[in-house]
Design a protein around this ligand. Structure first.
Ligand SMILES: Nc1ncnc2c1ncn2[C@@H]1O[C@H](COP(=O)(O)OP(=O)(O)OP(=O)(O)O)[C@@H](O)[C@H]1O
Length: 746
């Protein structure tokens, strides 16, 4: 019976792949056709073709990305209908539906139906594929007579197979085995701020990624042009998750780590925690505001200015009045400067004119040039610049931190000791904590563009032309776009975007990342507990409609400026208008290890969400007690046993930041190239990193060197040790030369 069922599913799935291949070939043909004809025709025809070429390329990339495990589910409904669920929607040429996209409303019951609330589902079947072949099927019969006691996990076999599989160093999607509590969050409404709190391994990252894909699919009209931004803690984390969205058939999400939230700036991690904490405070917005205002100065006295041999007088009163008028425009510093300069140039030109007239020389024709003489005069330029200096954000912030007088004047609300901590050299590299300060400065300074926004106007005009062009293209080629296989609605904006893509080979997502003023339709923030108030402020600026999905775990906070509670973190930005959802099951860490981590946190006085682990592991945490000088030799010694235990999986060695290099060197001297240094090196099978880099990642086995140092180095927070202990999917080993933190040993 089961064999017959399996044979049936194999045949059906083979049919789905046949259809996928057909669509791919069709797109390839269309693409080749378009490319062949690209060289000819009018500008409009060329841009139409470019637009379609880009669309076909995207669709082809999507069809290629969903190949692996294309289908994963089947629903048998009370109505007698059978529905297959997969990564994308597929239908036959004559529009018979073959498979439903997992994000479509009709697919929702695949994740939500339970035996208690069947939602019209008789049977849910998980198809377990390896490559293109159906290896197994697993049924949940939701018929009340067949109710199995005590199981609330859906597709338990498929789920456990996924959880027990070896880690590759890259996250994979969970689309075939999303659990009901996760699905509710993924499909929650778009508007407002949704906070997803969950302990380690509860699938917060997975949920965040699947939600981004779901929102883009479901609210394509609203989100396609504005886009969705996904923010993560580090570039290694972004690398860890980068394959998930394409495998879900979604390429339109902009991904950025917190160090990259301002175009053109790469903020490095690893700032001194005390300094980062100060830079993260909300009052830094006032400090930056002061620093900008202080660049609008009234001279100490009236100033004499030489213009072509004539002495003009720039009075303090004139400057003050011009400054007040310029400020009253409400424009940013660099843009308001145009008003300031215009007023004073006019007044100085009048002075020069009067002077020339009263002296009785010169003629009307000469007067046309007087304004230019004033504008070009060196002393005038210097005086106006001193009074209202054009500024870049980088210059403003760099000078503020390197010139004590500027910092003292801008930050009187900080103590002398705090200001001292902020001081640094002019050429210091930017850090993650600087990024929101630079962004704040850029916001207040505005464009440093002498054209006064003309470039922007030109850009807008070009976009309007592109859209008009695209509208004609849609009329001309509606027929050609009747894409029977996969769903896709086109708007003129889509095509205009694709035109622009062809022009400069940037996707809309890339453009969003290069434009600081881009407003996203939705922002998903992972590891959100780490964000400082200033980082939140930046993110709210990037999404003025305040549509957020915020996932994190307060107990894992390790950054000095991170959140102590969601209430405290979010109140300044969204007030009470946020909704809390919780995830309660730990899919990653075996129960023995997860419980040890929770006991450790509780013993240190921290209450943590203690999710229920779905799996029991084979081992309790293994503990080695050694002398301080034997820490590294012990580490080198135990690696083979650990690798054997996890059967050649992925092993992480987590040490305090100061010892990462020494540990990596010691290991490399014995195991050579197998040792990777830092979380970015997940191509190797043994990686050495600090807890910050380990955030959000997971490994088959983890060795923590000197756990007590992770606890004490973190300003009384358990975050670093708690994060490190909850990374393994199989086995945890601790090598300690001091007293083991309380609780670990039960
Ligand atoms: N429904 C599911 N089906 C299969 N695997 C799942 C499911 N939910 C979570 N997982 C797996 O559990 C592991 C942990 O998930 P994830 O990294 O998203 O958790 P997290 O809550 O972000 O963890 P942390 O806060 O500790 O970083 C991942 O390997 C993920 O693929």
């Amino acid at each position: 019976m089961l064999d017959a069922e399996l044979a049936h599913e194999r045949e059906y799935v083979a049919g789905l792949y046949t259809r996928l291949d057909e669509l791919r070939e069709e797109k390839l043909r269309q693409l080749e056709q378009v490319r062949r004809s690209t060289a000819m025709g009018t500008h409009q025809m060329r841009s139409e073709r470019d637009a379609f070429a880009a669309l076909y390329e995207n669709r082809l990339a999507q069809l290629n990305a969903v190949d692996d495990k294309l289908a994963f589910g089947r629903l048998d409904l009370d109505s007698g209908e059978t529905r297959y669920i997969g990564r994308i929607g597929l239908s036959t040429e004559d529009l018979q539906q073959l498979m439903v996209d997992w994000r479509a409303p009709e697919a929702g019951t695949f994740y939500q139906a339970t035996a208690f609330e069947r939602q019209g589902v008789r049977r849910r079947r998980h198809l377990i594929l390896s490559g293109r072949d159906v290896k197994a099927i697993e049924d949940d019969v939701l018929d009340s007579q067949m109710l199995v006691e005590g199981t609330s996990l859906q597709g338990e076999g498929a789920l456990l197979a996924a959880l027990n599989s070896k880690r590759t160093g890259r996250m994979s999607d969970i689309v075939g085995t999303i659990q009901a509590e996760q699905d509710r969050i993924i499909r929650a409404p778009l508007s407002g701020a949704l906070v997803v709190q969950g302990g380690p391994g509860t699938g917060k990252t997975a949920v965040a990624l699947h939600r981004a894909a779901y929102l883009l699919y479901t609210h394509r009209d609203r989100l396609k042009s504005a886009g969705v931004l996904l923010v993560g803690p580090s570039s290694s984390f972004m690398k860890y998750i980068e394959r998930v969205l394409p495998s879900l058939g979604e390429t339109g999400v902009v991904m950025a780590s917190v160090g990259r939230l301002m175009p053109g700036i790469v903020g490095a991690a690893g700032e001194d925690p005390e300094v980062a904490e100060i830079k993260g405070r909300l009052l830094m917005a006032d400090v930056i505001r002061n620093a900008v205002a202080n660049r609008q100065r009234i001279p100490a006295q009236d100033t004499k200015l030489d213009v072509e041999g004539t002495t003009l007088l720039l009075t303090q009163r004139q400057v003050r009045r011009a400054r007040d008028k310029a400020r009253a425009t409400g424009k940013p510093h660099n843009e308001a400067r145009l008003t300031f300069v215009r007023i004073l140039l006019r007044e100085l030109t009048e002075q020069l004119t009067e002077h020339i007239e009263s002296a009785g020389f010169g003629n009307t024709a000469d007067r046309a040039y007087l304004a230019e003489d004033v504008r070009q005069a060196r002393e005038v330029r210097i005086a106006l610049n001193l009074a209202w200096m054009p500024m870049t954000a980088q210059k403003l912030v760099a000078e503020m931190f390197s010139k004590p007088a500027i910092l003292d004047a801008s930050a009187p609300m900080l103590s002398a000791g705090e200001r001292e901590l902020l001081r640094r050299g002019t050429d210091s590299a930017w850090t993650e904590a600087d990024v929101p300060l630079l962004d704040e400065a850029a916001e207040l300074l505005g464009e440093q563009d002498a054209t006064g926004g003309r470039n922007q106007a030109e850009h807008e005009a070009q976009r309007r032309r592109d859209i008009a062009n695209a509208e004609r293209a849609i009329d001309n080629m509606t027929q050609a776009m009747a894409d029977s296989g996969v769903d896709g609605i086109l708007t003129a904006e889509d095509l205009a975007d694709h035109n622009a893509v062809q022009e400069n080979r940037l996707t809309p997502a890339d453009r969003a990342l290069t434009d600081r003023t881009w407003a996203f339709g939705h922002i998903v923030v992972d590891e959100a507990q780490e964000l400082s108030a200033m980082q939140w402020r930046l993110l709210v600026r990037r999404c003025p409609v305040k549509s957020f999905t915020i996932v994190g775990d307060i107990a894992q906070t390790s950054s000095s400026s991170g959140a102590g509670s969601w209430q405290q973190a979010l109140a300044p930005f969204v007030g009470e208008r946020w909704q809390l959802e919780e995830l309660t099951v730990n899919y990653r860490t075996p129960s023995q290890i997860a419980e040890a981590a929770v006991r450790m946190a509780n013993a240190a006085g921290q209450r943590v969400s203690a999710p229920k682990a779905v799996r029991e592991g084979l081992w309790d945490p293994v503990i080695d007690r050694v002398t301080a000088d034997a820490l590294l030799s012990k580490l080198v010694e135990v690696v083979p046993a650990e690798m054997a235990a996890i059967d050649g999986g992925l092993l992480a060695v987590i040490t305090p930041r100061s010892q990462v290099r020494a540990a990596a060197d010691a290991l490399r001297s014995v195991y050579g190239r197998r040792i990777g240094h830092g979380a970015g090196s997940i191509e190797q099978d043994i990686v050495v990193m600090d807890p910050h880099e380990a955030k959000g990642l997971e490994f088959d086995g983890v060795i923590i060197v000197e756990p007590s140092a992770l606890l004490s180095g973190n300003a009384g927070r358990v975050g670093d040790l708690y994060v490190s202990m909850t990374r393994p999917t199989q086995r945890l080993r601790l090598i300690t030369s001091t007293a083991l933190p309380a609780g670990i040993e039960g």
